[in-house]
Design a protein. Structure first.
Length: 348
């Protein structure tokens, strides 16, 4: 082989290697850029979440529930969360004296990565320790704020309430809007007020559809054509729809808006560190299992005031179910009061 042929061959090899390097760089550079962008965005979200959620923190006047033998660690223990939707908004200016428009108890089981969600009808006739007599459960928060609501639910269900999350109308609307709406099944045509109490400003027709925040709130609040039980079931479906969409990959870029949505409109006794432990429920490798329940009962109107009289047998079954899910003893804790007969009501 001549010297010139060797040179030609070397030039060809060098050109080929150069082309290969260019192809590799062409592939790797975009991947590296995307990785750095995601890393930066993730770091930004982490710092912002820490700041926003820390600002939302408000402890209750106890280290643990009196129904717990020791403080819990949500990274290893099964825990419960009381979800309160309060009927406050900027227009009403009643954040401190609001009633709870929505009350739900969620129990989290670490082993099964499952959630039990129990809706408590707002008109349920229960004993309220804060005032010492029976009344609608949604009045507990009005009488004594967060602590009174927690104590009332603990007395009713005989389980510890480890954490609470309190949201107002604006948080609900902003969260749904931050997700670009959610898919719901509207059962019937209705008109409802919006978050600023503008009468009949929301008009929805029946059928499965994507709704924005104001429309989702209207669907969660209305009970003009059915009752509080059906409303509770709709609220559970709405919450599940929000959770599923927020956990989807498509919603990652919306997390900044989600943090903004809850920042000024949520109060909780969960620290940022506590909240991070709940991520495992949504990343367990399978669809998150959420079982929805409500408290059965009957209409009760003894003196012209409407109540929901709870079915005691069904209530006992619910207590047992929640205790089992929390891996607690089913032995009844000695409360100072036990509901027996709704006709003993003395409060209005």
């Amino acid at each position: 082989m001549s010297h010139n042929n060797k040179n030609v061959r070397l030039v060809r090899v060098k050109k080929k290697k150069k082309r290969v390097r260019k192809r590799i760089l062409f592939i790797l550079v975009p991947i590296l850029v995307v990785f750095l962008v995601l890393l930066s965005y993730g770091t930004y979200l982490y710092i912002k979440a820490d700041t926003v959620l820390s600002d939302s923190y408000e402890e209750v006047k106890r280290d643990k529930s009196p129904l717990r033998d020791a403080e819990i660690d949500p990274s290893i223990d099964n825990v419960s969360v009381l979800i309160m939707g309060v009927d406050s908004n900027l227009h009403r200016g009643n954040a401190e004296s609001a009633r709870t428009d929505t009350l739900m108890v969620a129990t989290f089981n670490k082993d099964s990565k499952s959630i039990n969600l129990v809706s408590i009808p707002r008109d349920s006739l229960v004993y309220i320790p804060e005032v010492g007599y029976e009344d609608k459960i949604n009045h507990a928060h009005y009488f004594g704020g967060t602590e009174a609501a927690i104590e009332t639910v603990e007395t009713l269900l005989d389980i510890p309430i480890d954490y609470y999350v309190k949201l107002n109308f604006h948080a609900f609307v902003d969260v749904v809007d931050a997700l670009n709406g959610i898919t719901v099944d509207v059962p019937y045509e209705f008109k409802e007020s919006n978050s600023m109490d503008k009468r009949d400003s929301i008009h929805l027709y029946p059928g499965e559809q994507n709704v924005d925040g104001e429309e989702a709130l209207a669907l969660a609040r209305t009970r003009k054509l059915d009752n509080d039980i059906q409303r509770g079931k709709r609220q559970q479906e709405i919450i599940k729809s929000v959770i599923n969409k927020a956990a989807s990959v498509n919603s990652i870029l919306n997390y900044d808006d989600l943090l903004e949505a809850v920042g000024d409109n949520m109060i909780t006794n969960m620290t940022f560190s506590d909240m991070k432990t709940f991520i495992s429920y949504g990343t367990s490798g399978s669809n998150l299992k959420i079982d929805a329940h409500t408290l059965d009962g009957t209409d009760y109107q003894p003196t012209g005031v409407y109540y929901w009289a709870l079915d005691q047998a069904a209530l006992e079954e619910t207590k047992t179910m929640l205790k089992d899910h929390l891996d607690l003893s089913t032995t009844t804790v000695d409360n100072e009061w036990t509901q027996e007969d709704p006709t003993t009501n003395t409060g209005y």
